[in-house]
Design a protein around this ligand. Structure first.
Ligand code: NAD
Length: 430
């Protein structure tokens, strides 16, 4: 389907109105000038009811076939469980709908290839949607690397300590074969970031994946070492078991992420008394937590993304490490300097000392929606394309393979960052 340039809005349908689907639901109220949420599809009746209450003018469907046949839908945002990502993308493409796909793109390399082939054959755009790498700090770091002002990129270190494994999960999320666990679910945040900064072309991967919580059979840990074609290296670690979290360095985390709350959840899991389905429902549309977040999103507008949960500090106070949530903390090392994320911008440590910079760009943290809009309405390239997503997915599958075989895995499906990406972003001193 071609969107007339005169309409200037894309009609979007959301498939899977769960926690991931909220990304597009919030964007719909934050960016009404570009997005029109015209339809939603979910298999759960209560979810459909709540979606209809929130968006009375939208069409509501119980099957993917139906929403993909709706002539008033230009693109679908797919946030269904991971095992359906390929099937739902292919159904959308065959019905002429553009696709924004949640991470992980799919659960096998073969599926990602099929998704790309089908979208290319149908002539529809495929955008690999939200990962942390869309956040402004990483984009600023990439610009600094590209400028060459602190020399060539040599090494990236990413370290995440989160409570990911203790957050409420559905049975499919607790099944590794269906893409459950930290490597599949959280790997895309770190690997997309590493690839963005390193230029995209990972040469090989060595990794160890860990499963050490009896109550959760899925992996809650990985550590991975990536080598780029130009010799730069990256190390990415995510421990989602939630004993130590980076929030403990940065100041006490509040609410569900506090140590007290995490301890209580872990005890309930061990005792078998946790009502996990009810916990997760609170996060979905109409749930107590979601309603608060939705109201806040309405007034906040789209964020710049991932400056992290920093405690307030005086300008110039550099104590504490950034806790950017899921991707963790990052240190980027170039020949003549290092970078890390601060509360307001990026700290650059170089031969002259340390300074803080930020970035100016018309593109906010919801870059995936901007990409889809520009591609559909103005025929611009998709930067986080299906082939880009395939490269990130390949790196995750390689992490798992390396952990199982103990060997370094060579990658063959990498593509570079598009040369025009972030052309409008400028780095400015703070
Ligand atoms: N980018 C992010 O930061 C982010 C955050 C959360 C979730 N996600 C992604 O969103 C996806 C879903 O995870 P979640 O946490 O939202 O789970 P969830 O269970 O809250 O949401 C999945 C939704 O899909 C619905 N569904 C299941 N089968 C369906 C089908 N055949 N057709 C239509 N709807 C169907 C479920 O009823 C549910 O409402 C995952 O791929 C996950 O990785 C991404």
């Amino acid at each position: 389907m071609v969107v007339g340039k005169a309409t200037r809005r894309i009609n979007i349908g959301v498939i899977g109105i769960g926690v991931g689907g909220l990304e597009i639901i919030r964007s719909a109220v934050q960016q009404p000038e570009t997005i029109n949420l015209t339809a939603g599809c979910d298999v759960v009746p209560l979810t459909r009811e709540r979606f209809q209450e929130r968006f009375p003018d939208a069409k509501v469907y119980s099957s993917v076939d139906e929403i993909c046949k709706d002539p008033n839908v230009d693109a679908v945002y797919i946030a269904s469980p991971n095992r359906f990502h390929a099937e739902h993308t292919i159904t959308a493409a065959r019905n002429g709908k553009h696709v924004l796909i949640e991470k992980p793109m799919a659960i096998s390399l073969k599926e990602t290839e099929q998704m790309v082939d089908e979208c290319e054959r149908a002539g529809v755009k495929l955008v690999c949607a939200h990962t942390a790498s869309f956040g402004l700090p990483y984009r600023i770091m990439r610009k600094v690397i590209q400028s060459g002002e602190i020399g060539q990129l040599k090494a990236i270190t990413l370290l995440a300590y989160t409570d990911w494994m203790l957050r409420p999960r559905t049975p499919d999320e607790l099944d590794f074969a269906q893409g459950g666990g930290v490597p599949f679910r959280q790997g895309p945040h770190q690997i997309d970031t590493v690839r963005l900064l390193g230029g995209g072309m990972i040469k090989n991967v060595w990794a160890k994946v860990g499963r050490w919580m009896p109550e959760r059979a899925i992996p809650g840990y990985y550590t991975a070492h990536f080598e780029f074609e130009d010799g730069a290296v990256a190390t990415a670690t995510h421990n989602g078991y939630g004993y130590f979290t980076l929030g403990d360095i940065n100041g006490p985390a509040a609410g569900r992420s506090s140590i007290e709350s995490i301890v209580e959840v872990r005890k309930q899991m061990r005792a078998g008394t946790r009502d996990e389905a009810a916990d997760k429902q609170e996060l979905r549309i109409g749930g107590a937590i979601e309603v608060k977040q939705f109201e806040a999103a309405k007034t906040a507008g789209p964020g710049r993304g991932n400056f992290g949960r920093q405690i307030e500090r005086e300008p110039g106070d550099r104590t504490g490490l950034s806790d950017t949530g899921d991707p963790g903390t990052i240190i980027v090392s170039c020949e003549r300097g290092d970078m890390r994320i601060g509360p307001r911008g990026v700290f650059i440590y170089d031969d002259e000392g340390v300074r803080e910079v930020t970035g100016e760009s018309a593109v906010n943290a919801r870059g995936e929606i901007h990409e889809m809009y520009e591609a559909v309405v103005n025929d611009k390239p998709v930067y986080h394309s299906g082939r880009w997503g395939m490269g990130t997915a390949e790196a995750i599958f390689a992490m798992v393979e390396s952990s199982e075989t103990g060997k370094v895995v060579e990658l063959t499906h990498q593509i570079p960052v598009h040369p025009d990406y972030d052309a409008d972003l400028t780095v400015v001193d703070l």
